[in-house]
Design a protein around this ligand. Structure first.
Ligand code: RB5
Length: 147
């Protein structure tokens, strides 16, 4: 399943992404926020990422003003590999090389048109594996060492 989340800075962008997903017939769960009122990005990141880590097949899209705060918060959750992207190459290669499971974007950084291109390539690109798996395992080792 695909999980979406945004603070007030990413709310409008999340709504645009939902419209695109609806048109494409892609299922998702909207973890909020559901209004443009101010809400702290860490709370939304935690709520959304707690759902994402329940299955290896889950993915997420998180938006805040810059995409940075919500990506920082997301990456605190064990099992999350969140990438803050504002260009096509990064959104593609973070899937190929980092096996990113969360795409983060800034509602005050990217327009809806670009964001949809990033979502599209992020969702359709698979992990390359091979030498990159070793590097992902090293990320997991860092998480495990903190437990
Ligand atoms: C909220 O004003 C803003 O700080 C937040 O959306 C985000 O940009 C933080 O990284």
């Amino acid at each position: 399943m695909l999980y979406l989340g945004a603070d007030h800075g990413g709310f409008e962008l999340k709504e645009s992404i939902k419209k695109y997903l609806d048109e494409k017939g892609i299922d998702y769960v909207d973890c909020g926020t559901h209004t443009p009122e101010s809400i702290d990005y860490a709370l939304i990141a935690k709520k959304t990422c707690d759902e994402i880590v329940k299955s290896k097949d889950n993915m997420g899209i998180l938006c805040c003003g810059t995409g940075i705060g919500i990506s920082m918060a997301a990456n605190k959750v064990n099992g999350i590999r969140a990438a803050c992207c504002s260009d096509y190459f990064s959104a593609k290669y973070t899937r190929l090389h980092n096996n990113a499971n969360v795409l983060c974007m800034g509602g005050r950084v990217v327009g809806a048109g670009l964001a949809i291109e990033l979502v599209d390539v992020f969702l359709k690109t698979g992990f390359e594996g091979g030498r990159h798996q070793r590097r992902i395992d090293q990320l997991t080792d860092i998480e495990n060492a903190q437990k």
